[in-house]
Design a protein around this ligand. Structure first.
Ligand SMILES: [Zn+2]
Length: 116
C-alpha cells in the first residue's frame, strides 16, 4: 500500500510510514455495496395500520405481508396476523351493524325519515 501522508510505497501491514512516520490507519476495506434487502416486513406494517382505516386494503396488505414473512425470517408475521384479524373483525362488525340498522329501520313503528 502507499503512505496516506507522503505517498511512498510501504508494507501493507505497516503501522508507521518508514519514510515520514505518519500513522497508517487500518486500510479502509471497500465493502461491496449490499443488495438492498428488505429487512422489515413493510407490507405487514402497512396492512396492520390500514386495517384500522381501510379494512379491505389492510386485509390484502396483511395477507401479502403474512405470505412474505417466511422470506424475511418470520418478521412481521404477528403484525400481519393482527392486521388480518383486525380487518376481519371490523368487517364483521360493519356487517353486523348494517344488519342491525336494517332490522331497526324495518321494526320502527314510526319512521321519522318516511313520515316527516
Ligand atoms: Zn509517509
Amino acid at each position: 500500500m502507499f503512505c496516506k501522508h507522503c505517498g511512498s510505497q510501504i508494507d501493507d501491514d505497516s503501522v508507521f510510514c518508514p519514510r515520514c512516520g505518519a500513522v497508517q490507519t487500518a486500510p479502509v476495506q471497500v465493502q461491496p455495496v449490499p443488495v438492498q434487502q428488505e429487512t422489515t416486513n413493510v407490507l405487514a406494517i402497512v396492512g396492520f395500520v390500514l386495517s384500522f382505516f381501510v379494512t379491505i386494503a389492510g386485509l390484502i396488505c396483511s395477507i401479502i405481508g403474512l405470505k412474505r414473512a417466511p422470506q424475511l425470517g418470520g418478521k412481521g408475521r404477528g403484525l400481519a396476523i393482527a392486521g388480518i384479524i383486525i380487518s376481519a373483525v371490523s368487517m364483521a362488525l360493519a356487517f353486523i351493524l348494517l344488519i342491525v340498522l336494517f332490522a331497526l329501520y324495518d321494526s320502527l313503528p314510526y319512521n321519522p325519515f318516511l313520515y316527516s
